[in-house]
Ligand binder design. Structure first.
Ligand code: B12
Ligand code: SF4
Ligand code: SF4
Length: 397
């Protein structure tokens, strides 16, 4: 394809993509990424935690040209999903990207339409493969190399005028569409707001996240117990975390998205975290149908809800928590409910926990119930020996 033809094709694709709601579009060669070492080091330090899939297809991740035979270039796009709030008044704290419908579905449809447009425009048998967090690609790096923004100290791809509340998606094509792009300047300067604000110190160095400490990982990707020392730091985050983006000055003026699929679902404002603990599977499916929150599964969401209640509730929640401890089938959730009771209850609740302990067979739940009893009884002992002793805050976890 000649230079001018290529330019025309790019212009047509860009226009079409923008009409379809993609905010920024760029075309890069599918070649080896210069930050391969950063990725390898991240893996070798174990910073991916339990995300085993991050270890797979390493050769493809660092070189999108290897993805499909003949892949020559990548069309990289940003989509704004910014919503005004993540703490929903009286409701649930859900990070912005998950407040509407699952972004994979909506974006996938649009990408397929755009790929069809590329076919129609070229009139040739051009190979196209759309991806949005669905293929082993280092998407932030691709977007950076495509000139769509810089990788901030919070590791997010930030675009001036748009901010970082964007999805990155791509179409891999087997024709050469690459254009010369100027990489965006790093505009973080001496700012350290995100590093200072991260409650779990998960940003261990500029651009490097230790997922094992990141609230997003702990509430979405982690299967199994949330480490006890990190539970209090999760605060009221039920699903995901936007703190390191909220504090970023480049998001202050970020435009919000009016795409209906990104809008906050009303049900999330009406529910309190403790309400999730009584969800059965049909109710879960009803509320979270077509939501990205299904990634955590019902077990993960209820586990998170127990932690949030333990962090934000009060002693008035304990009777309901004891009921849930009684009816809950999953030991993982029972264990986290016991933790919450240990945070919110007092010595009067210890006998009830002892009865549960006598019947509990699962090791994780037993350990958590046992610990909660110790906390409640120790509090009682302190209160007896120190009249008027303050009961909170509790630091023993
Ligand atoms: C695994 C993953 C996670 C993990 C690990 C996060 C991480 N930082 O790696 C967890 C579960 C914690 C997570 C959390 C979130 N994620 Co996530 N996640 C991914 C996923 C699947 C892979 C990311 C990856 O490859 N990590 C490996 C590390 C090594 O790569 P990296 O952090 O991108 O770093 C690269 C560059 O920053 C650069 N780099 C790193 N260090 C250095 C150092 C120097 C000196 C230089 C020059 C470069 C450099 O090189 C690295 C390798 O190329 C991508 C989708 C995809 N396929 O890319 C989405 C993705 C990155 N996530 C996304 C989002 C939205 C989030 C959350 C905001 C969700 C939320 N609200 O809870 C948080 C943000 C947390 C944060 N501050 O990073 C978006 C980001 C969009 C954007 N504008 O940047 C992506 C791209 C999904 C998408 N398609 O839109 N995520
Ligand atoms: S998403 Fe939250 S926990 Fe993760 S690095 Fe950002 S501020 Fe820290
Ligand atoms: S908060 Fe500051 S340091 Fe962090 S990404 Fe934004 S500009 Fe960069």
């Amino acid at each position: 394809m000649k230079g001018e033809e290529k330019q025309q094709l790019r212009r047509a694709i860009r226009e079409r993509a923008e009409q379809m709601g993609f905010e920024a579009v760029s075309f890069v060669a599918a070649s080896e990424l210069p930050t391969e070492r950063a990725y390898q080091e991240w893996l070798s330090e174990g910073r991916h935690g339990g995300m085993d899939y991050m270890e797979r297809y390493q050769d493809l991740r660092v070189d999108p040209g290897e993805m499909e035979p003949g892949t020559k270039s990548v069309i990289v796009m940003l989509t704004n999903y910014h919503q005004p709030l993540d703490l929903l008044e009286g409701g649930l704290r859900i990070c912005r990207y998950a407040q509407g419908d699952d972004y994979h579905d909506g974006l996938w449809d649009r990408m397929r339409q755009l790929a069809a447009f590329v076919h129609a425009e070229t009139g040739a048998d051009v190979g196209t493969r759309p991806a949005v967090d669905t293929a082993p690609l280092l998407e932030r790096d691709l977007a950076r190399i495509a000139g769509l923004g810089w990788v901030g100290k919070n590791a997010m791809l930030i675009r001036q005028g748009l901010g970082s509340y964007t999805f990155i998606s791509e179409i891999l094509v087997d024709i050469d569409l690459a254009e010369e792009v100027e990489e965006a300047a790093d505009r973080c300067g001496s700012c350290t707001r995100c590093l200072d604000a991260c409650p779990t110190d998960a940003i261990i160095a500029p651009q490097v996240i230790d997922a094992r400490r990141c609230i997003s990982y702990l509430t979405i990707e982690l299967r199994g117990p949330i480490p006890r020392r990190l539970r209090p730091l999760i605060g009221d985050h039920l699903f995901g975390c936007d703190i390191c983006q909220d504090v970023c000055p480049w998001n202050t003026e970020a435009p919000t998205s009016d795409d209906p699929s990104h809008q906050t679902r009303p049900a999330y404002r009406e529910l309190a975290p403790i309400d999730l603990l009584e969800f059965d599977h049909p109710r879960y499916v009803e509320v979270f149908r077509k939501s990205a929150m299904k990634r955590a599964k019902i077990v993960g969401l209820k586990r998170n809800a127990a932690v949030v209640v333990g962090n934000t509730g009060d002693s008035g929640d304990v009777p309901r928590l004891l009921d849930f401890l009684n009816s809950e089938k999953e030991p993982l959730i029972r264990g986290h409910i016991a933790w919450a009771i240990g945070r919110l209850g007092d010595a009067d609740h210890a006998p009830a926990l002892r009865r549960f302990l006598a019947e509990e067979a699962e090791p994780f739940a037993r350990e958590e119930i046992g610990d909660a009893i110790c906390v409640l009884e120790a509090e009682n002992a302190v209160a007896r020996s120190t009249p008027g002793a303050l009961r909170s805050p509790r630091t023993q976890w």
